[in-house]
Design a protein around this ligand. Sequence first.
Ligand code: SF4
Length: 426
Amino acid sequence: MKNFTIITLGCPKNTVDSRHLIESLKRDGFSYVEDFKKADFILINTCCFIGDAKEESIDEILTAVKFKSERILIVFGCLSKRYGEELKKEIPEIDAIFGVDEGEKIVEYMNDFIEDIRESNNQDDYTVEPPSYRYIKIAEGCSRKCSFCIIPYIRGRFRSINPDEIIKEAEEFVKAGIKEIILVAQDITQYGKELKGYNLKELLRDLCRINGDFWIRLLYLYPLDIDEKLLQVIAEEDKIVKYLDIPMQHSEDRLLSLMGRRGTRKEYLRKIREIREVLPGVTLRSTFIVGFPTEREDEFQRLIDFIEEVQFDRLGVFKYSREEGTKAYSLKGQIPENIKDRRYHELMSRQAIISLEKNRNLIGKKYDALIDYIDADIAIGRLYCHAPEIDGALIIENTTNLKAGDKVNVLIIEAYEYDIKGVVIP
Ligand code: SF4
């Protein structure tokens, strides 16, 4: 009774937590199996960032319950940290509930079920991430006070992870042939604020010194905390892909202030200009919330104008989700769901036009590409301008001899709203 499977929902931080848990369990003699029917333990790493994420987590738990039979069902992560009591009451089939950062307790719990742990030579390789990339979490928690966000209450204050640990992990990945290291945290610009004299810039320089052919991607930078020196490091280091994910949430000063976000429309436009000047050809991704309490129609229209003016390469749009315990929860002027839906679709369809145009501009050009998966004779990969699991993908048809983890040169031949098609060139 030593097989387990794990279902990971939510953001890349959860992917990292799951990977660490898998490693600990494997060290303790457990075997990862992909097929839950062969598993003795089913672990679900949950998310509750917004309403949809909560629903997805609950759906996964209920599906697992349906097929549970004799298996042990363990639920952990953000949803169970926040609604542990309710989950236990409503879904008594769950055997154990853990919160965030409780990997050790989960291993201990599972070990209690196993009296005789022996080494297994037959462990499946885990498949949380393909062989092309790995996330590295560089900090935990968040100390910002965005009024819509529950993360600081769930994940606690911002804590940077020791740079030696991060560098060691990156070295191991590069040695194992991983071609892309993705640095994640709720806000990576805050990295090192409690480390005295060591910050994101130094970390990036140190990571770039690791020998090997690999990319470094940066996820989630608080827009106005991207300073000139950080941009210089990104510009100078070839290993860092020219791709920035800068969540802005809105364009209008009144709403930004209600959201507890620093910055104004004018400052955002100035920052985007500065980024594009220092990093020509940079791919810019941002996320926005529509239907935040009190958002007026004219403000929403100005958000559309902003998107059209900036022409982001990638855009994530969320409908505001009212989260108990946050400041925005009690704001008057909550927006009805049908209006949120309409604004969401309007913004997404405007972005689809921009995205298609941007993708068409890639046709006829050559790029380095990473292959993430092979599916029959189709390879799914990415260029520097695609973050895995978030953005579109590169499709290469009729591939022979390609395998996941390969880096190849491609010519882009077709473009769609989100994906592009390419052929391998020598
Ligand atoms: S920066 Fe704001 S939105 Fe992001 S995790 Fe922190 S509080 Fe939440």
